[in-house]
Design a protein around this ligand. Structure first.
Ligand SMILES: NC(=O)c1ccc[n+]([C@@H]2O[C@H](COP(=O)([O-])OP(=O)(O)OC[C@H]3O[C@@H](n4cnc5c(N)ncnc54)[C@H](O)[C@@H]3O)[C@@H](O)[C@H]2O)c1
Ligand SMILES: CC(C)(O)[C@@H](O)C(=O)O
Ligand SMILES: [Mg+2]
Ligand SMILES: [Mg+2]
Length: 348
């Protein structure tokens, strides 16, 4: 259906328009092979299975994630296979290895992309940056995308709660004439709430910007800046943390989620409203140049290159873990750990 966002009309597919039964009908003869069992793999594979689709998982044997797949109920030799075997068996290959990992597996995947199969991504990365990744799909397969707009963990949680996480969807190549029904059916199958139409380039550039920006990078940066200023002015760690993070996530963001920032503002004191109305523009103006250089870095492919280079190294996990440890051990997030223990659900 067409929906108007602000004053712009966009194409959105709903579960009412395209019910699960229709998705099951569209995909009844398909074997969906979910390749990779990291974060998106489990969420999408389990939701598809619970929605009644024919799904198998492909994962490297002798890995922690193979064991996780077994623990989640996938049966070796029946529904869980080595990556290449899954590529061979699947008619729809859901390429859910890490974006850098996809480069290494591509020759194997390509070998098994016989005419009429579908190659499915959850990120526009691989084909948009094809000069860097070498991922150039053959012309006789469908190339489609469903990108859940959130973590695989939330995709599964929201499915189990009977809700659904919104996803973007796109078609890069329609070889069979069925790419559209296939991609929408898969979008419904993996547990999407609403499906927003986009293209591969727009998906990858917005996604890379968002996660580096307000979803993760910018928000951590702004938390750290405010926390440091409060601490430098003699505020205790708990006071600095509560006033920077805890109140935001526990009290104010849920209100923003329900009804928007304007409504949250209106439910705070007029003192807060006056100040926050005065200060949001200076913050916008101070950070906008950073967002502009971030977008430029995404657009030129620099962000993709950095991610490929570092995540292709054999010790990339250990390196990431080292930096995550630094974040975890920072005073702000140590304070956070103690503050979280005080929540009723965590203190027995
Ligand atoms: N993490 C998310 O919640 C999320 C959200 C939206 C989209 N995506 C996209 O979904 C895709 C999968 O992301 P993810 O975060 O689930 O991946 P991930 O980093 O968790 O890795 C997934 C799997 O890839 C395997 N892998 C990595 N390198 C490999 C290699 N060289 N050979 C074989 N296996 C290898 C790992 O063992 C793991 O099981 C990516 O395109 C990502 O951008 C992820
Ligand atoms: C969950 C995110 C941040 O939206 C996703 O884009 C990812 O790459 O993990
Ligand atoms: Mg992303
Ligand atoms: Mg994202």
């Amino acid at each position: 259906m067409k929906l108007t966002f602000g004053s712009v009309e966009e194409n959105v597919v709903t579960r009412e328009e395209f019910p699960l039964a229709q998705a099951q009908e569209v995909l009844k003869d398909e074997v969906i092979a979910v390749l990779g069992y990291g974060v998106q793999g489990p969420g999408q594979a389990l939701n598809l299975k619970d929605n009644g689709f024919n799904v198998i998982v492909g994962q490297r044997k002798d890995s922690k994630t193979w064991d996780k797949a077994v623990a989640d109920g996938w049966v070796p030799g029946e529904t869980l296979f080595e990556l290449e075997e899954a590529c061979e068996k699947g008619t729809i290959l859901q390429f859910l290895l890490s974006d850098a990992g996809q480069i290494a597996l591509w020759p194997t995947v390509k070998k098994h992309l016989s005419p009429g199969k579908a190659l499915y991504f959850s990120h526009g990365f691989g084909v948009t940056y094809k000069e860097k990744t070498g991922i150039i799909p053959p012309a006789d397969v469908d190339v489609i995308l469903v990108a859940p707009k959130g973590s695989g963990t939330s995709l599964r949680r929201m499915f189990v709660e009977g809700r659904g996480l919104n996803s973007s969807f796109a078609i890069y190549q329609d070889a069979t004439g069925r790419a559209r029904e296939r991609v929408i059916a898969l979008g419904i199958g993996v547990g999407s709430g609403y499906l927003f139409e986009t293209d591969f380039y727009k998906e990858v550039t917005s996604d890379l910007t968002g996660e580096r920006g307000t979803l993760m990078g910018a928000i951590q940066g702004i938390f750290a800046a405010q926390y440091e200023v409060l601490r430098a002015n003699g505020h205790s760690p708990s006071e600095a943390f509560n006033e920077t993070v805890e109140e935001l996530t526990q009290s104010l963001m849920p209100l923003v989620a329900e009804n928007g920032m304007d409504w949250m503002y209106a439910n705070c004191s007029t003192t807060a409203q006056r100040g926050a109305l005065d200060w949001w523009k200076p913050f916008r103006d101070a950070t906008k140049p950073v967002f502009e250089s971030l977008y430029e870095s995404v657009k030129t492919g620099q962000e993709a290159q950095k991610s490929i280079d570092s995540n292709s190294k054999s010790d990339y996990r250990a390196k990431l873990e080292e930096e995550l440890k630094e974040l975890r051990e920072s005073e702000m997030w140590q304070a956070g750990a103690t503050v979280r223990q005080l929540r009723p659900e965590n203190n027995g």
